[in-house]
Ligand binder design. Structure first.
Ligand code: HEM
Ligand SMILES: [Cu+2]
Length: 580
């Protein structure tokens, strides 16, 4: 259902730059709109480049195909890693921060020129970095652990980009503060609150990034020598923290998509906010799992960090894992879909790209990324898979199946609305989340299986053909099967990813102009336009909310968790290391 609304009276002194969105009723500040579009385009271009490289990589790690020669492979992995994990994700996130601090608050953007400056800085940084990695001057990947080093321009590019992102995150905080004051907002909408936690984590994390990358730049110039252990610790304070930003941003998208697609409201907003605070507290918890084969950290540090602290951080995610489906269920039930345990789920808008993306992301993240993450974060179990392709499988479940798919879902709404064009190729958009998700499941399955069989990550060849002593133990039929699955999954996933790029490019450049863009079915926009909104929100009824279906799903999830835990420990017991 679309919610047509008459434009509100213009606001204060900035009225000439506001327009009323005819679909959601938000007051959109036009300079912010242009910036959001800039970030969306930069993000999608990064995704397109990263995806092209991904195809080459999948076809190389498919052992029977092994498309690229070794040197090219490392070039491509280095570029893919930084373009995807840093440029696609962060361009999108800064765009989302600008969206959250303006549109979602009906507010203006302070310092528009400043915003353009840091946005262009990010673009310059990204182009510089990609030029060095693609030209083969930074084949040591974005981690470049000393004594390895990349070309100085690689670090210059990343640092420029990071300074831009740091300005963007701080700008968001300032902008929210000004909006709160100017518009007398007492309580931030949940999505903006979630983005605020993401921005705070971003500021903290990027400062650690500077502490790692600036000395690395000086080392690449030959001016200083960096201690590898110190570098790795600082690097992972940055690298792990960065994933908490993605986590908070992804969950923010989930809440936004739940509201947009079925008009869901959190069943207990205070609890959801508390869960975001847990993410804040948990910034560096668990970062030790990256260092579990390093000689530096002591035994107590490792054990405390990879058990109690990790479980505390996990609590926040478990709260969201209940809260999101419970919100969907109670909204659906309030609309009359009350039949049985799962009638609400059967009658959900599965044919809408936003809802499809929400579910693919939510289920994929919970069942695969979350569970594998907790297992791998457990010190003893980590030893089974450390530095193998299993790790790559895990983080393609978190940051691709989880975060990337959620971002794509949000883009299906935000991009047409800010570009003021109809969503192009809606039929392709409809199948896109499923095709991408299905391909990713195969890719992740192949990566995890190959890793479990011992295939190292960041390695061109499982039989170490180029090393002085080649090792043939990994060249088994099972390994061939696992890498075939990886290869085919990669092809399907990249096809699904290119459909997204196609839909976005077609929308932004060729979509039909409209002041009421067609974006598919829109659920009731829950409280979207602020307290004065005249949009009706489904009431959870006088009896509070009801979610027997969600409660059942939660127990299925917990059972899956327990089974995987037992299976992992059984595997450990079989190793013969005596640490079962
Ligand atoms: C959709 C298709 C994708 C495919 C087929 C794919 C495939 C791969 C493969 C095969 C590797 C492993 C290389 C190795 O260790 O030998 C890899 C690494 C990686 N991928 Fe992807 N990927 C995809 C999308 C993404 C996305 C969307 C992101 C980020 C949001 C991402 C982030 C990364 C990162 C950070 C690495 C690690 C690079 C390194 O080790 O330095 N990938 N990918
Ligand atoms: Cu981590």
């Amino acid at each position: 259902m679309t919610t047509a609304r008459t434009p509100r009276p213009p606001l204060m002194a900035f009225n000439e730059s506001f327009r009323a969105c005819n679909v959601t009723g938000y007051q959109v500040y036009t300079p912010a709109q242009r910036l959001i579009l800039f970030h969306a385009v930069a993000a999608v271009l990064s995704l397109a480049l990263g995806g092209t490289l991904a195809l080459l990589m999948a076809l190389t790690r498919w052992q029977a195909v092994q498309l690229l020669p070794a040197e090219t492979y490392y070039r491509v992995v280095s570029t893919h890693g930084v373009v995807m994990l840093v440029f696609w994700i962060v361009f999108f996130e800064i765009g989302a921060l600008i969206f959250g601090s303006t549109v979602l608050l009906n507010a203006r953007l302070t310092g528009v020129r400043f915003a353009w400056t840091y946005s262009v800085l990010m673009a310059v940084g990204a182009v510089t970095t990609v030029a060095t990695t693609l030209s083969g001057k930074a084949n040591n990947m974005f981690t470049a652990y000393p004594p390895l080093t990349n070309h100085p321009l690689f670090y210059v590019g990343v640092i420029l980009f990071a300074v831009g992102a740091l300005c963007g995150s701080s700008h968001f905080v300032y902008n929210v503060w000004v909006a709160k004051r100017e518009k007398a907002i007492t309580s931030l909408p949940l999505v903006v609150y979630a983005l605020l936690t993401a921005a705070i984590i971003a500021i903290w994390t990027l400062l650690h990034g500077a502490a790692a990358y600036v000395p690395a730049l000086l080392q690449s110039l030959g001016w200083i020598e960096v201690d590898p252990a110190v570098y790795r610790t600082l690097f992972w304070a940055f690298g792990h923290g960065a994933q908490q930003i993605n986590l908070a941003a992804m969950v923010a998208c989930w809440y936004a998509l739940a509201a947009l697609t079925v008009g869901a409201r959190p069943v207990n907003e205070g609890l959801s906010r508390f869960a975001f605070v847990l993410y804040l507290i948990g910034i560096n918890m668990g970062s030790m799992h990256h260092l579990l084969v390093d000689p530096g950290p002591g035994v107590e540090t490792r054990i405390v960090n990879t058990s109690y602290l990790m479980y505390a951080a996990l609590l926040g995610s478990l709260i969201h894992a209940f809260s999101i489906p419970a919100a969907l269920e109670s909204a659906q039930r309030a609309r009359g879909h009350t039949k049985g345990l799962f009638g609400w789920l059967r009658h959900a808008p599965w044919g809408q790209p936003g809802f499809a993306a929400l579910m693919v992301s939510f289920i994929g993240f919970g069942f695969i990324a979350g569970v594998s993450g907790v297992l791998m974060g457990t010190m003893q179990l980590n030893m089974l898979i450390h530095n193998t392709l299993f790790v790559v499988g895990h983080f393609h479940a978190t940051v691709v199946l989880g975060a990337t798919v959620a971002f794509m879902g949000l883009a299906y709404y935000v991009v047409p609305l800010v570009a003021q064009r109809d969503l192009a190729l809606p039929r392709l958009a409809r199948i896109q989340p499923y095709l991408y998700g299905g391909g990713l499941l195969m890719l992740i399955g192949g990566l995890m299986a190959a890793g479990k069989l011992g295939a190292p990550r960041r390695s061109w060849d499982v039989s170490f053909a180029l090393s002085p002593i080649s090792v043939d133990v990994l060249n088994t039929p099972l390994m061939a099967a696992a890498t075939t699955l990886l290869g085919i999954g990669g092809i399907v996933a990249v096809t699904g990813g290119s459909l997204f790029v196609l839909v976005m490019v077609a929308t932004v450049f060729f979509g039909r102009r409209s002041d009421r863009p067609a974006i598919g079915q829109l659920g009731i926009v829950a409280g979207a336009a602020g307290p004065e909104s005249d949009v009706q929100i489904p009431d959870h009824g006088g009896n509070g909310w009801q979610s027997p279906g969600t409660t059942t799903l939660v127990f299925i999830f917990l059972a899956w968790f327990v089974v995987m835990f037992l299976w992992a420990f059984a595997n450990l017991a079989k190793t013969g290391w005596g640490v079962g």
